[in-house]
Write a protein that binds this ligand. Structure first.
Ligand SMILES: O=P(O)(O)O[C@H]1O[C@H](CO)[C@@H](O)[C@H]1O
Ligand SMILES: O=c1cc[nH]c(=O)[nH]1
Length: 314
């Protein structure tokens, strides 16, 4: 029998977190004898998912496997967990599609680039959380992005994840028809994250809309792809319109992430650092070590959030 959501999934009262369970929205799932999470190389028959994952409270996802491994090692240290952080094992090592690390109540998973890649990962992740009977879970996407009118290195906590027309929605084609889902995120988590950013040094942070595109080059109005059919003026005009619509950064996964989490009753937030200001150019020119430090910023912010939630003080 599928667990039911006892209280409203989008409420903002802290007490409501207590009973929040993962709602898969598929009547067929509970009739299946076995569920193979193919891209994770896990299955309900071969793995004891409640034992492996039942205590998960925070799921952090990001594009690259190495970044999510470093984040897991960082969290291992931040949470003062026993053992050597260097020894953490990739739970999905039997497949090279995604990487997954578990450190205490934190699960760190890579999702690759773009909507199709993260959406496959999210289907399997949400089923995993359901099979493992997890509850009170908060999900974060920790990413990089192009800034719209912001200095490079600024952390953007997403208010609304919007599409190419600045609408807060995600369109999925199902059986040849378009289904539109809302991409509203949890306001409570957004304010908690903003408060966390005020408590940290050197972490310039804003709340803004995040535009999700299906491409890094033409899709984000870059003039430096292999194809370009528009002028510099047209590019700047589009970015200006985006800025007027409240867009402060551009990336490639936020809308489907927000939509799927929302439908399944999962509180979620998107926290991405900007690598450049798109009004100033398209190429990412900062030195490697600067970019490495930038991409740690969302991790530092979310780590602070997690430690506060767990009652761990510095
Ligand atoms: O830093 P990550 O999580 O990979 O995300 C951003 O970087 C990739 C493009 O370079 C896209 O996937 C975009 O969303
Ligand atoms: O400009 C950028 C930088 C990172 N990721 C993106 O999707 N766009």
């Amino acid at each position: 029998m599928a667990p039911i959501l006892i209280l409203s999934c989008m409420g903002h009262d802290h007490n409501e977190y207590i009973k929040q369970q993962v709602q898969v929205k598929n009547p067929y799932l509970d009739t299946m004898e076995e569920d193979i999470l193919y891209h994770f190389n896990l299955s309900t028959k071969t793995h004891n998912l409640p034992e492996m994952f039942g205590d998960t409270k925070f799921v952090c996802v990001g594009g690259s496997g190495n970044r999510m491994k470093s984040f897991a090692q960082f969290m291992h240290k931040e949470l003062n967990l026993p053992g050597n952080p260097e020894d953490i094992r990739d739970i999905c090592e039997g497949t090279d599609r995604y990487c997954m690390y578990k450190v205490g109540p934190v699960l760190s998973i890579s999702h690759g680039m773009g909507v199709p890649s993260i959406s496959i990962m999210l289907h399997e992740l949400i089923k995993l959380l359901h099979h493992a009977q997890c509850h009170d879970v908060v999900l974060f996407r920790l990413g990089t992005s192009g800034g719209v009118g912001l200095a490079p290195g600024t952390v953007v906590i997403t208010d609304k994840a919007v599409d190419y027309s600045f609408r807060p929605q995600f369109e999925q084609v199902v059986l040849g028809k378009v289904i539109t889902r809302s991409t509203e995120l949890d306001e409570g988590v957004v304010s908690e994250l903003l408060q966390c950013s005020h408590e940290l040094q050197n972490l310039p942070t804003v709340i803004g809309n995040t535009m999700c595109t299906h491409d890094f080059y033409e899709g984000q109005g870059r003039l430096d792809g292999a194809l370009c059919s528009f002028s510099q003026e047209e590019k700047l005009d589009y970015l200006k319109k985006a800025h007027e619509a409240g867009v402060r950064n551009i990336e490639m996964e936020s809308t489907v992430f927000a939509a799927m989490c929302r439908v399944c009753g999962l509180r979620a937030a998107v926290v991405c650092v900007t690598l450049l200001n798109r009004f100033d150019g398209d190429q990412i020119t900062s030195p490697h070590e600067v970019l490495v430090e930038y991409q740690q910023r969302p991790q530092v912010l979310v780590s602070h959030f997690i430690k506060k939630r767990l009652g761990i003080t510095a």
